[in-house]
Design a binder for this molecule. Structure first.
Ligand code: PA5
Length: 454
């Protein structure tokens, strides 16, 4: 089981036992709101019990569809943005061989790639160059079924699939994951007869990794979704059982990050020492940024990959503005072995670590960094995993979800809405002249003309 390690020396001087005791009272109230579904946004709390509610039938269906896709596709394109792709990508990249894209023998299934997560012309045009040469299938994922980025990517991929495989062939290669009844994607899927999975009404995008949104791509990539769900289930048991900061790591994490926030630490950096965890960080940034950043509140979630970023962001973290705390994901066991060789000439002077494993050296880099950052007034929490596998990643993601719900309630916001996301969309639609936006189009053009004259 993953756990949060608060070595005394890591938080000493930052947080006292008394302060934690005060937080316990708030956490207890918020835990009750989350578990009994009485707090803000409680119509979006379906994710809390999801690990227990995923049925055998659903898991088997997903595994069966994943098997069929693996038979017909060398490439699997996941179309979605935000919560509709980040969870799947986080898990797949954490579990994959780092050079999976380069060789089939480094993969357990098709190469999973992503579309509709930007509006980049060059990215999508390049994607079609690849898909001309490859056998492929797609999952189109959108809860609302109306999001611009995945909609336009799917419009193009659907046409490409139909041209390449014919209408029936395309239908075999498209799986849609969307709302049960609402949205353009639902209607399109019904009209075209696509294999469709439902995103439950009460689960928001960024909390949906344990629905088909995450499970289908993970299964297609060849990973064991049962173990992943098992991990989430084990963490859920611990999280819902008690609000005690001593027994519930998510409660402890939520309490500490809010304490730090109140003392002016407005930025949290999630740190990893494994490049494969980069997308766990991206998923976490979205989860916390979209859940907490509202009403003028919220810890700004940032991420770094060490030791690479010690040679870029390390300087700022050590000596820049003192508004940062760090949460370090610490993985104790590597899956493969690798030892630093001795060199007779020792021109680089590295013989003093010859015979040690990379993991040991990485561990010392991590320890040295934590101590340096603490000296630089950057408190450090350590989130400890034994190794990267399906079960532990399931635990980790559920841990972060539960802690995020709690943390948002402690902060006093609704962690399950995202009203601010609409602002850019309104402007974009007005600028593009979407029907129904005539008055906004006029207003935005006048605004821009005014700016031009200024
Ligand atoms: O977490 C969220 O709710 C958002 O990030 C959504 O997942 C994202 O905006 C995509 O929305 P949709 O799935 O409706 O296309």
């Amino acid at each position: 089981m993953i756990h949060l390690d608060l070595k005394h020396e890591h938080i000493a001087g930052f947080l006292s036992d008394d302060e934690l005791q005060i937080m316990q009272e708030e956490v207890t109230v918020c835990h009750d709101m989350l578990v009994n579904k009485t707090g803000k946004g409680n119509d979006f709390l379906g994710w809390v019990d999801l690990p227990e509610e995923i049925s055998e039938v659903l898991l088997s269906q997903i595994e069966e569809d994943a098997r069929k896709i693996r038979e017909i596709a060398e490439v699997f394109v996941v179309i979605g943005i935000g919560g509709s792709y980040l969870g799947a990508r986080a898990v797949i990249e954490a579990l994959s061989h780092p050079f999976a894209a380069v060789s089939d023998s480094f993969r357990k299934g098709p190469l999973v790639i992503y579309a509709g997560n930007s509006i980049s012309q060059d990215y999508h045009a390049s994607l079609f160059e690849l898909l001309e040469e490859k056998n492929y299938a797609v999952a189109v994922i959108s809860k609302s079924g109306t999001t611009t980025e995945p909609a336009i990517a799917f419009r193009m991929l659907k046409a490409h699939l139909e041209k390449k495989y014919g209408k029936d062939g395309a239908r075999e290669r498209i799986i849609s994951i969307t709302d049960q009844s609402k949205g353009a994607l639902k209607k399109l899927s019904t009209d075209e007869g696509y294999r469709t999975y439902v995103i439950p009404d009460n689960v928001g995008g960024r909390y949906s990794v344990l629905t088909p949104v995450g499970l289908l791509p993970i299964a297609v990539a060849g990973y064991d979704i049962r173990k992943f769900v098992e991990g989430a289930r084990a963490m859920r048991k611990v999280c819902v059982a008690t609000p005690s900061l001593f027994e519930n790591p998510a409660a402890l994490y939520a309490a500490i990050r809010n304490s730090f926030y109140r003392m002016g630490k407005q930025v949290e950096i999630l740190v990893n020492y494994e490049p494969s965890l980069q997308y766990i960080t991206e998923w976490w940034k979205q989860l916390y940024g979209e859940s907490e950043g509202k009403e003028g509140e919220g810890i700004f979630p940032a991420g770094v990959g060490f030791t690479a970023d010690l040679h870029s962001m390390g300087q700022y973290i050590q000596e820049g503005q003192r508004m940062i705390f760090e949460t370090v994901i610490k993985v104790s066991q590597a899956s493969k072995s690798l030892t630093i060789p001795s060199d007779p000439a020792d021109l680089d002077g590295m013989n003093f670590i010859a015979g040690k494993s990379f993991n040991e050296v990485n561990g010392m880099a991590a320890l040295g960094t934590v101590l340096a950052h603490i000296d630089g007034e950057v408190p450090n929490l350590e989130l400890c995993l034994t190794k990267i596998n399906e079960e532990n990643i399931g635990e980790l993601l559920y841990f972060f979800e539960f802690a995020c719900g709690l943390s948002g309630y402690i902060l006093g916001v609704n962690p399950f809405d995202q009203p601010g996301v609409e602002a850019y969309k309104k402007n974009m639609f007005a600028l593009l002249g979407k029907p129904g936006y005539e008055s906004q189009t006029e207003a935005i053009r006048a605004r821009l003309a005014g700016n031009d004259q200024a």
